[in-house]
Design a protein around this ligand. Structure first.
Ligand code: SAM
Length: 341
């Protein structure tokens, strides 16, 4: 998964422009400007809650086409002190996406980095939408002899699945055929975010599709041109993702306060997306007003992105509850078990 996505020469994210109608998939910021705008206001409010520091590192992990950051900064201009305090840092490994981000943010001073570790120290506001799902996972399958890791083999010129012969250290219940996913790369990234928040102060907001409790389930998928395809069909040419285990992320960050995860639909409603949609519709043509309604439903309806996507925030212990999380209980799991995602 890591080679397919990140190989310097052939990796999917290194070379391709995957996002948008002409690409392979569409993300929330590309569905509507409302998404990025609300995230921008979330950042401005969080900055106030931090005590309005003179300088703050605004960091986005995996900024895609730069759409969310562009919309966020435009909306956050409503809080001029915040805009003046921001140093913008974009963590992106893809060359062609970096180029697109440059264009989207042409009027804004920003620094690009390969990893979060390269961002200079200082109070932090970090946002990551659909970043964690792109970090690699290991898969384990329950066999009659216990858990075995799923590996990738190569036969007759083609990639194919294989099971490790040796037992794995995984200890959890499962029936033969069940799959469990572990994502050390995600947990390490989460631990690094938490360590920075704890050390320098600030907040982080992670939005992604996934489940609130660790559970068995095979969620690894390949997508090309908006269609699922077999995992091994076109390595490096299809997006590979798996659902984020938010409970595992939480366990990787014991020294900070976690807020959520809450459902994206509830989170965006709490931030006022319906009022924003109504305001945009007042100055829209009838056709635009219909598009705004469609986008709103796509972002918040349970059967669309509203339930599967979750928002999780990280703050220092004792900090105020971030905007959008105040009255929301953590999202209960809609379904669990093998293949139930
Ligand atoms: C699914 S896209 C999401 C893009 C954007 N956040 C959005 O919502 O449209 C994943 C993004 O993370 C970037 N990315 C993937 N793996 C990365 C890594 N290990 N380090 C930094 N960026 C990475 C990709 O190049 C891409 O910009």
């Amino acid at each position: 998964m890591e080679i397919c996505l990140s190989d310097p020469e052939h990796g999917y994210y290194r070379r391709r422009e995957p996002i948008g109608a002409a690409g392979d998939f569409v993300t929330a910021p590309e569905v509507s400007q409302m998404f990025g705008e609300l995230i921008g206001l979330w950042c401005a409010v969080s900055w106030r809650q931090m005590g309005a520091p003179e300088r703050v590192n605004l960091v986005e992990l995996g900024p895609g086409r730069g759409t969310m950051m562009r919309d966020a900064l435009r909306a956050a201009a409503a809080e001029p002190g915040f805009r003046a305090a921001v140093s913008l840092h974009l963590v992106e490994t893809g060359d062609s996406l970096r180029e697109t981000q440059h264009q989207s943010l042409a009027d804004t001073a920003a620094a690009w980095h390969d990893t979060l570790a390269d961002v200079p120290p200082g109070p932090l506001l970090l946002i990551a939408n659909e970043f964690f799902d792109a970090l690699p996972v290991h898969q384990y399958e329950m066999t009659t002899e216990g858990w075995r890791e799923r590996l990738v083999s190569f036969e007759d010129g083609n990639c194919c699945p294989a099971l490790a012969e040796t037992p794995s250290a995984l200890r959890r219940p499962g029936e033969v055929g069940d799959v469990f996913e572990l994502a050390p790369a995600r947990n390490d990234y989460m631990a690094e975010i938490a360590a920075r928040v704890e050390r320098d102060g600030g907040a982080a907001l992670i939005i992604d599709y996934g489940h609130t409790e660790s559970a068995n389930g095979d969620t690894l998928q390949a997508v090309r041109a908006h269609k699922a395809q077999p995992l091994f069909a076109e390595p490096g040419l299809a997006d590979l993702t798996s659902h984020v285990d938010f409970a595992a992320l939480g366990r990787a960050a014991p020294a900070v306060s976690l807020h959520g995860p809450v459902r994206q639909g509830d989170f965006l409603r709490a931030l006022g997306i319906e009022a924003r949609a109504a305001k945009l519709q007042r100055s829209a043509t009838p056709e635009q007003a219909r598009d705004i309604e469609t986008a709103l439903h796509r972002l918040i309806e349970p059967r669309q992105m509203g339930d599967l996507f979750k928002a999780l925030a990280v703050t220092t212990k004792g900090a105020p509850v971030p905007a959008g999380f105040e009255r929301l209980a953590a999202a209960p799991e809609a379904s669990q078990g093998s293949g139930a995602w």
